[in-house]
Structures are given as C-alpha cells and as structure tokens.
Design a protein around this ligand. Sequence first.
Ligand code: IMP
Length: 200
Amino acid sequence: MALKLEPGARLVVATHNPGKARELAAILENRFDLVTAGELGLPEPEETETTFVGNALLKARAAAQASGLIALADDSGLSVAALDGAPGVYSARWAGPDKDFGLAMAKVEERLQATGLEDCAAWFTCALAVAWPHEGPALVVEGRVDGQLTFPGRGRRGFGYDPIFTPDGGALTFGEMEPAAKDAMSHRARAFEKLKAALL
Ligand code: IMP
C-alpha cells in the first residue's frame, strides 16, 4: 500500500510543546487540518527509546492509537560532539521538571568546559514519524543541522537550546534569527522535506 497524505487531512501532532507545534505548523504550510495531542488531552507517553527515530515512532504510534487519527510526531535534540552526542535524546530531560533551559544550557557549558572547549561542534537532529491508526503502517525520516556552540547564549527567539547554537556558515545563533530564517534551515525543516518527498 502506498503511504499518502491528502491535503486537508486531519492530523494529530503528537507534541505537548507549543514551540514545536508552532514550528511544525509553519513548516506544514497550513496544508492539513492540525490538532495537537495536548488539545485532545492525549497522555504523553514515556520516551523509553535510545534513538530519535525510536522515540518519534513510539510517540506517533501512541497518538494514532489513542486518537484514531493519522499522527505526526517528532523527536529532536541537541548532540554535542565533545560530549559523545549528549544530551541527545535526553535534551528535554536535561532541563529538569521545570523545563528550565537556562539550567540545561549551563549544564552543557559546564561539561564542555571540562573538556577544554577545543571542540564546540554540535548538531540538532529531528526525527519525524507518521503513523496510521489501528496498528497500520508508519514512516520515519531524519534531518540534521550542524553548527557550533557559543557561550554565553545570545537571542530571545526560538526555544530550548537555540541561544547557544550557531549554524555552520552563519553568524547569528538560532535564538537571534528570524523564525522564518530558522525554519528555512532547521533540522525540522530538513526532516520535513524528506517526509514531503516520501508522502505528498
Ligand atoms: P523532545 O523531542 O520533545 O523529546 O525534546 C526535544 C528537546 O530538544 C527540546 O525540548 C529542546 O530542548 C531541544 N530542541 C529540539 N529542537 C530544538 C530547536 O530547534 N531549538 C532548540 N532546542 C531544540
């Protein structure tokens, strides 16, 4: 069976993070009738997998089953080369129960300083998964954007680790960039381009 998404299809976006929901909606160009897992009151499944792909699939399948709708989920995070890819799938968890990304960025800075700050290379990864209800098929793709970490962080736009990440070839951090400029090059945009090519 060919996996296809018709324009105007009702989709549940399996995120409770309003920042990510906003970015995904912009990237989807209002092509679909979107509702979020938060709006439907769906439970947030525990992210028990050790890869972005694994967690995205887990969240999409859980939302599709709970809602009876086609579900789109992402799993994303920041990986730091000198920290062997940490925080990686634990990016959200490094911010603690209060989702304090000041704390999470301080933790990254402290651990990177302990390595001597010689290698500040980092990348954001986004896995996007689409799952059909009733244990139907699923599809998953991954996008990535490479850059350097800079301290102290700069800029109040975006969310999460944006203030400390400068994409390669640029001078502004994600926290300083216009949202449209970030959307044009982000890991999420790159993953979505792949998803579009596969599904639309
Ligand atoms: P999850 O995908 O909800 O498990 O969490 C991903 C976490 O990675 C977010 O809470 C952010 O901390 C971080 N993250 C993912 N994408 C971005 C981004 O575009 N900018 C900044 N932080 C991000």
